[in-house]
Design a protein around this ligand. Structure first.
Ligand SMILES: Nc1nc2c(c(=O)[nH]1)N[C@H]1C(S)=C(S)[C@@H](COP(=O)(O)OP(=O)(O)OC[C@H]3O[C@@H](n4cnc5c(=O)[nH]c(N)nc54)[C@H](O)[C@@H]3O)O[C@H]1N2
Ligand SMILES: Nc1nc2c(c(=O)[nH]1)N[C@H]1C(S)=C(S)[C@@H](COP(=O)(O)OP(=O)(O)OC[C@H]3O[C@@H](n4cnc5c(=O)[nH]c(N)nc54)[C@H](O)[C@@H]3O)O[C@H]1N2
Ligand code: SF4
Ligand SMILES: [Mo]
Length: 675
């Protein structure tokens, strides 16, 4: 048995180093977590293990072109010729910006995701801002800290308190979670979870605080109020390192425990318990989840929580992402800095409306399954299926998006190609080795891009740069002298990270009151917004979060469909006449879906939970219900602010809801409530 080391390239906090174990014949028989990797710590999650099975199930084996009655299998030359023709005619007839590149993090390898953007930069295509995931929180935190990164997760081991805030780490970041659990076992670290429902993480916590969805800013003010009153605010630190403490203090003083309870549902005793956990800790870690910021004011929620450690006198005492900590030149890698004109960038969350309006003549989808994962699916899909739009999908597997494409280009999985994976959750850069021979006719994205560049007769030399040379140049500032060769040899190397205590804000300090906020139409302090008033037709909040065995829509080939279910509180179930296992309809002005009811008190009254990105009992996407109106900060998503009604039985599929137009969602808003 021999082992080759590769990197799980999933959009995941952990970016694990995996060992592919080969038998005597050189075939890979299993994937295991690398025991030498400080984050991976010797185990892989159910997805990491299953990637081997995914190699041969559900694959797109060949290029295809849509023909009458289905797809016609074609050779690569024909597929590339047709793609290049469509692209050239779109550029000529409708202008470069009407070609859209729609990609995300299906593979976090830089050669699979970022380098191929060079073609799109060169032709002046429209890019999206990637707002669908964590951008609202990142931009929000940046207002106060100048950069959006938080602490190195290795430091979690030395903390005596870990507060997981809107972060279901037991499911979404199994290796960070394991690190904290080890710290609990060895040094008694206490674990606190702040979540609007009882999550897998909260079940194993020492303390659980449950604010109503979207009310965390008020909870933070209540917490800061108590920390200040009990003398726990580090005034010397705040004087030296921050601006705006008096402003924050003034607002916090307006939030006494009763007012906090009224807004959040968190009782004064529970608020005191949370504050005491912080007060008793010498080195707390505050971990901000991505779920926390997918809300009408999600950017403000992440902003608020990020200020707690500053009040306690910590430099970047929160964990959110390490993405911005490493000086890797992604603009160079993507060609946006070499292009004559930087490519126009539009809101990803808000795409449904512009797609539907016929803004684009061609969309090239890669590393993404937007026909399921994008919000406001009725409008988004209507746009994607417009007869005047050519849709080209590059994916390793037959996704819902690939099935409706005009041209399908088969990609290789990370196990079948070489790459360099830049993690966003920790600091270790590692080469991802090819460990298996291609199981399909798939090609690397770099090759596809070069072939298209040639067909378009592009002459920019940077389109034809050797990809590993480009990687070397782009990562140079983050790779220590001599480490590049070690990296090529397959070693993991810790990247150079920016210092924790440097704050590139206008004042050069932590701006508790953010001078840059008004530029986004935001208040200098995080806003404890009133919850939007609703009527009986949309009286539930639908939360959704990541599932253990799937990464977004991936791994259904291995584990079967994401369960089409919805969790309902027993009191709500009784009120609506719903029993365990019943079919129920979730409906709002955008659409309706049918799910199976599970009755449990893990959700409070008025709140529902469903695994994110599932398809319903009829194969319709959950995202028929979600808003494509971007948040004010970072153009972020609002998945966890989805308002729905719950109707028992399938009859609800016919009941009228409200005639308002879901297309109105897609106005690029500057804040306020969704329509
Ligand atoms: N309702 C609801 N919707 C949500 C969310 C939510 O909370 N609720 N969350 C949002 C979030 S946070 C995210 S990140 C998005 C995720 O949305 P997507 O990025 O669309 O999610 P995936 O299903 O992982 O799709 C990634 C695709 O990349 C493909 N892929 C994998 N490797 C490669 C490769 O090497 N090359 C190519 N070309 N393709 C590859 C996979 O096969 C898969 O089809 O969904 C968002 N959608
Ligand atoms: N197993 C697995 N792991 C994954 C992924 C996956 O698909 N599967 N996807 C990866 C990706 S793309 C992402 S973005 C991350 C997401 O992983 P996380 O960052 O953990 O975020 P979520 O799973 O969206 O939600 C976390 C929690 O936020 C809670 N929550 C929602 N709204 C609020 C609120 O207003 N206040 C509070 N306090 N809590 C709230 C939800 O109940 C949920 O338990 O996980 C990554 N890791
Ligand atoms: S999906 Fe995430 S946790 Fe699982 S093996 Fe891959 S990187 Fe590790
Ligand atoms: Mo995400």
């Amino acid at each position: 048995m021999t082992a080759i080391t590769t990197v799980c390239a999933r959009d995941c906090y952990d970016s694990c180093s995996l060992q592919a174990i080969a038998n005597a014949a050189g075939e890979i028989v299993s994937l295991k977590g690398d025991p030498r990797h400080p984050i991976t710590q010797g185990f892989a999650c159910p997805r990491g293990i299953a990637d081997l099975r995914r190699l041969t199930t559900g694959r797109i084996a060949h290029p295809y072109i849509r023909a009458k009655g289905g797809f016609r299998r074609v050779g690569w030359d024909e597929a590339l010729d047709r793609t290049a023709e469509h692209l050239q005619s779109t550029l000529d007839d409708r202008g470069p910006a009407s070609a859209l590149l729609l990609d995300y993090a299906g593979n976090m390898g830089l050669l699979s995701s970022i380098f191929p953007r060079r073609l799109w930069s060169a032709v002046g295509a429209t890019f999206t801002d990637g707002g669908i995931c964590s951008r609202a929180g990142a931009e929000g935190i940046r207002l106060h800290y100048g950069d959006a990164f938080g602490m190195d997760p290795l430091r979690l081991s030395s903390r005596d308190l870990a507060v997981f805030w809107g972060f279901n780490a037991a499911v979404s970041a199994p290796h960070l979670w394991y690190r904290v659990r080890k710290a609990r076992a060895t040094r008694g670290t206490r674990i606190v979870v702040v979540d609007s429902r009882r999550s897998e993480t909260s079940r194993r916590a020492d303390r659980f605080v449950q604010p109503a969805p979207g009310t965390d800013v008020a909870l933070v003010y209540g917490l800061v109020n108590r920390l200040i009153r009990s003398g726990r605010a580090d005034t010397a630190f705040l004087r030296n390192w921050s601006e705006g403490y008096e402003h924050l203090r003034g607002e916090a003083m307006r939030w006494n425990p009763d007012r906090v309870a009224e807004r959040t549902g968190v009782r004064p005793g529970e608020l005191a318990g949370l504050a005491d956990a912080y007060a008793e800790s010498e080195q707390p870690a505050t971990l901000i989840g991505i779920g926390l910021q997918k809300n009408n004011h999600g950017g403000d929620q992440a902003r608020a929580v990020s200020l707690v450690p500053a009040v306690l006198g910590q430099h970047r005492g929160f964990y959110y992402s390490r993405g911005a900590a490493h000086p890797v030149d992604l603009r160079y890698l993507a060609g946006t800095s070499q292009a004559d004109v930087p490519p126009p960038t539009v809101s990803q969350v808000g795409l449904a409306g512009s797609m539907d309006a016929g803004t684009y003549g061609l969309v090239f989808v890669s590393c993404m399954n937007p026909a399921v994962t994008m919000p406001n699916q009725r409008i988004f899909r209507r746009g994607l299926e417009r007869p005047d739009l050519t849709c080209i999908v590059c994916d390793s597997h037959w996704t819902e998006t690939a099935r409706i494409a005009d041209i399908v280009l088969p990609a290789l999985t990370y196990l079948e190609k070489e790459d360099l994976v830049l993690p966003w959750g920790h600091d270790f850069l590692q080469r991802s080795r090819r460990v298996a021979a291609p199981a399909t006719e798939g090609r690397c994205e770099t090759e596809i891009m070069a072939a298209l560049s040639g067909r378009l007769r592009r002459t920019e030399p940077w389109l034809y740069e050797d990809p590993w040379e480009a990687l070397r140049t782009a990562t140079l500032p983050a790779v220590k002298e001599g480490d590049w060769d070690a990296l090529l040899a397959g070693e993991r190397i810790p990247m150079v990270a920016k210092p924790d205590n440097v704050y590139p804000t206008p004042s050069g300090k932590i701006e508790l009151s953010a001078a840059a906020a008004p530029r986004y139409g935001l208040a200098a302090l995080p806003l404890a917004a009133e919850q939007p008033s609703t009527d009986d037709r949309e009286r539930f909040v639908l939360l959704n979060s990541a599932s253990r065995r799937y990464t977004s829509t991936q791994f259904q080939e291995v584990y079967g469909p994401i369960p089409p279910e919805v969790v309902v509180n027993p009191k709500d179930a009784a009120g609506c006449g719903v029993r365990e296992g019943d079919t129920v309809v979730l409906a709002n002005r955008r659409g309706r879906i049918r799910l199976r009811a599970k009755i449990a008190d893990s959700v409070p009254e008025g709140v529902l939970w469903s695994p994110r990105q599932c398809l319903d009992l009829d194969g319709k996407p959950q995202n028929l219900l979600t808003s494509s109106r971007p948040q004010a900060v970072g153009n972020g998503s609002r998945f966890n602010a989805t308002r729905v009604n719950l109707l028992p039985g399938s009859a609800g599929m016919r009941e009228p809801i409200d005639g308002s137009n879901p297309a109105s969602d897609s106005r690029v808003g500057t804040g306020g409530e969704p329509p």
